[in-house]
Design a protein around this ligand. Structure first.
Ligand code: FES
Ligand code: MG
Length: 597
C-alpha cells in the first residue's frame, strides 16, 4: 500500500491521525479503527497517512433540489480516491426552501450548528460541501468558516429550463406571475399548478437567478468553488466532471492547507457583492453573505452592499431581472464570464486566492461572455447602477431595496407623481404577519388604493421565527383587475429571490424586538425618498414617542424547542441573522476535541 505520509505531512500531522493513529491512547485508536472497518476501510488504509475527506451530503428526498448530489457523490469519491484521499459521506440537516415550515431560514443556523459539530468532532481533514437549494449554500459555508478546515463547494446545478406553452417558465418567478393571473381570473387553480410544475423539468435547484443560483454563484465568486462550477445544469455531463475534479482538488487543498480564511478575505467578499449586482442576484444574498463573513471573521456590514455594489451594472439577462434561465446562462459562460467582464472594467480585485489554488486573475485569464444576449459587457449593460439601496429612517435602521427590479412602469406610477421621480408619499396599510395579510387584504374596509404602501411586520428572525419570505405582497384583487399589479411594499421579513417585486425588505431591527415598524399604524402617512435613501413615518415626534412608550413586546409562541433556542440567540437580518454567540468561535479546528473514552 502506498504510504502517503510524505505527501500530506508537509503541514504536520493530519487531524484524522489523532483518531486513527494515536499510540498515546491505543484503546481509543483501536475503537476507531475496528468500527471504521465496517465502512470497508482497512486499518492499514486508515493509517497510511491519506487525508480523510468528508462529503457533506445535502441531498435527500426532503431536499429534492439537491437530490442530484446523491448521484454525484460517486464522482466526488472517485476524484478523492484518485488524488489519494479517503472519502466519507455524511448527511446534513435537510434544508428545503419550499418544503420546510415555517421556513428553511429557521433551519439554516441549525444545519450550520450540526455541520460545525460534525467537522469538529469527527476524523476529517477536509470537506466537500454539496450545495444547491437556497440555504444549503450559506449554511455550509458558515460551518466551514467556523471550523476553517480546507473546504470546497460543489453546486448541484440548476434544473433544465422550464417551458409553458412555448415560453420560458422560470422557478418561482412563474408562481408570482400566476398568482396575479389567478387573482385577475385569467387562469384557474389547475392551470396555476400546471404552470408551476412546468417550471421544474429535471433534477437541480431553481433555474432562475433566485437565491439558489445566486448563492452558488457567490460561493464561486468568493473563490470557494472551482471556476465554472455554479452554472452547469444538474443533468449535464459537465456536472459529473465537475464533481470528479472537485473531489480531486480538495485532497490537494488539504496538502496545501488552503483553508476558508485564506480564500474568504474582505476583498473576496467585496468581489462577491459586485458579482451579486451584476447577476441581478437575490435579496437573500446580503444576510447570507453577512453571516458567512461574520463566521470567518471578516468585517462586513450592510452599508458595504450599497457602497461597493450599488453602482455596478446589471450584466446578466436572467429572470427575475431579465428574460433567460440557467441553460442559456451556462452556455454564455456562467460566473467566470460575468467575472471576466467585471474584471476587464477593473471592478474586481483579481489578486485574491481561490479554491483552484490560483488567483482569481489567473482563473479568469482570457475569459469573456460567449453570448452577449445573456451576459452583457460593462460598456453595454442591461442597466446601470443596479445594486441594492440601503434605506433608513424612523421605521428601521436599515432595509434593502433591489434596484435592478424597479420597472419603468413602477417608477412612472409611484415615483414620478410629484415631479420627483425618486420620491413618494402615501398612506400606510399595516399587516401583522402573513395570516393577517391574507385574511384582510380584500376587505373593502381597508380601502386599499394606488396611493397606499403595504407594510408587513412580525416577520423577522425573532418574530416569525426565522424570517419569512412574504414582503412581496400583491395588491387586492380589485386593484389587480384595474391593472395595478404592484404596490410598494415594506417589511421586516424577506422575499423570494425569484420575485420581481421592488420591495423594501429585511428591515432591521424587526418589529418583534421593538424596531420602528412596531409603532406604525394603519392610515399613517409615509414618505419614501430614494435620493436621500430614507423611508419615514410622518408622525409627530411626541406622538411617535408616546407610541414607543406604550408598546409592549409581543408574546412569542414557540412550537418546537429549536424555535425557542433560536429566538433566544438569533440576531437581526442586517447582521446576517446569525446565532450571535456562535460568531466568537473561529478557526476551531485548532482545538482538538477530547477523546470519547
Ligand atoms: Fe430549492 Fe429553489 S426551492 S432551489
Ligand atoms: Mg423562497
Amino acid at each position: 500500500m502506498t504510504d502517503y505520509r510524505d505527501k500530506f505531512r508537509a503541514n504536520g500531522k493530519l487531524r484524522s491521525e489523532e483518531w486513527f493513529n494515536n499510540p498515546n491512547n491505543p484503546a481509543m485508536t483501536a475503537l476507531y479503527l475496528e468500527r471504521y472497518q465496517n465502512n470497508g476501510f482497512t486499518p492499514q488504509e486508515l493509517q497510511s497517512g491519506r487525508p480523510v475527506i468528508g462529503i457533506a451530503q445535502s441531498g435527500s428526498e426532503l431536499t429534492p433540489c439537491n437530490k442530484i448530489h446523491l448521484f454525484l457523490a460517486d464522482r466526488i469519491k472517485a476524484g478523492i480516491r484518485d488524488a489519494g484521499g479517503i472519502p466519507i459521506e455524511f448527511p446534513i440537516h435537510p434544508l428545503h426552501e419550499n418544503g420546510k415550515r415555517p421556513t428553511a431560514a429557521l433551519d439554516r443556523n441549525l444545519a450550520y450548528l450540526g455541520l460545525v459539530e460534525i467537522l469538529h468532532g469527527y476524523p476529517l481533514d477536509g470537506v466537500v460541501l454539496t450545495t444547491g437549494c437556497d440555504k444549503t449554500t450559506p449554511a455550509m459555508l458558515m460551518g466551514a468558516a467556523t471550523m476553517d478546515l480546507p473546504a470546497i463547494a460543489l453546486s448541484g446545478g440548476p434544473m433544465l429550463d422550464g417551458w409553458w406553452k412555448g415560453e420560458l417558465a422560470g422557478s418561482g418567478t412563474i408562481i408570482w406571475e400566476s398568482r396575479r393571473l389567478l387573482a385577475e381570473g385569467v387562469i384557474d387553480y389547475d392551470e396555476f399548478i400546471s404552470r408551476a410544475c412546468a417550471s421544474a423539468p429535471s433534477l437541480g435547484h431553481c433555474n432562475t437567478m433566485g437565491t439558489a443560483s445566486t448563492m452558488n454563484a457567490l460561493a464561486e465568486a468568493l473563490g470557494m468553488s472551482l471556476p465554472g462550477c455554479a452554472a452547469i445544469p444538474a443533468p449535464f455531463r459537465e456536472r459529473m466532471g465537475m464533481a470528479y475534479e472537485t473531489g480531486k482538488r480538495i485532497v490537494d487543498m488539504v496538502h496545501e492547507d488552503l483553508t476558508p480564511s485564506k480564500i474568504m478575505t474582505r476583498d473576496a467578499f467585496l468581489n462577491a457583492i459586485r458579482v451579486a449586482t451584476a447577476l441581478g442576484g437575490s435579496t437573500n444574498a446580503p444576510p447570507h453573505i453577512q453571516a458567512i463573513a461574520r463566521h470567518v471573521g471578516v468585517e462586513l456590514n450592510i452599508q458595504d452592499w450599497q457602497d461597493f455594489g450599488f453602482d455596478v451594472p446589471l450584466l446578466v439577462n436572467m429572470q427575475p431581472a431579465g428574460e433567460f434561465l440557467g441553460e442559456r446562462f451556462f452556455r454564455a459562460g456562467g460566473v467566470p464570464a460575468v467575472m471576466g467582464e467585471l474584471a476587464r472594467a477593473d471592478l474586481l480585485n483579481t489578486d485574491v486566492m481561490t479554491a483552484s489554488g490560483k488567483s482569481l486573475g489567473e482563473n479568469l485569464e482570457g475569459i469573456r461572455s460567449a453570448d452577449t444576449a445573456v451576459i452583457r459587457s460593462v460598456a453595454d449593460p442591461m442597466r446601470e447602477n443596479a445594486g441594492f439601496l440601503v434605506l433608513s429612517g424612523n421605521l428601521f435602521d436599515s432595509a434593502l431595496m433591489k434596484s435592478s427590479v424597479i420597472s419603468k412602469d413602477f417608477r412612472k406610477r409611484f415615483l414620478s407623481r410629484k415631479g420627483d421621480e425618486n420620491a413618494l408619499e402615501a398612506r400606510a396599510i399595516v399587516f401583522d404577519g402573513p395570516e393577517h395579510y391574507h385574511a384582510m387584504l380584500n376587505d373593502p374596509d381597508l380601502n386599499v388604493d394606488e396611493n397606499c404602501v403595504l407594510f408587513i411586520r412580525g416577520t423577522g428572525c425573532v418574530g416569525f421565527p426565522g424570517s419569512a419570505e412574504v414582503v412581496n405582497m400583491q395588491p387586492p384583487d380589485a386593484l389587480i383587475k384595474q391593472g395595478i399589479t404592484h404596490l410598494p411594499t415594506v417589511g421586516d421579513g424577506r422575499q423570494s429571490g425569484t420575485s420581481e417585486s421592488p420591495s423594501i425588505l429585511n428591515a432591521s431591527p424587526e418589529s418583534a424586538v421593538g424596531g420602528g415598524l412596531a409603532y406604525l399604524q394603519n392610515g399613517d402617512r409615509v414618505r419614501l425618498d430614494l435620493n436621500a435613501r430614507t423611508l419615514n413615518a410622518m408622525v409627530a415626534p411626541d406622538e411617535w414617542q408616546r407610541r414607543i412608550a406604550d408598546w409592549t413586546a409581543p408574546v412569542l409562541e414557540h412550537q418546537t424547542p429549536w424555535e425557542e433556542l433560536y429566538r433566544e440567540k438569533v440576531g437581526q437580518l442586517a447582521d446576517g441573522g446569525c446565532l450571535d454567540h456562535a460568531t466568537k468561535y473561529q478557526k476551531i479546528r485548532n482545538t482538538l476535541p477530547r477523546d470519547s473514552h
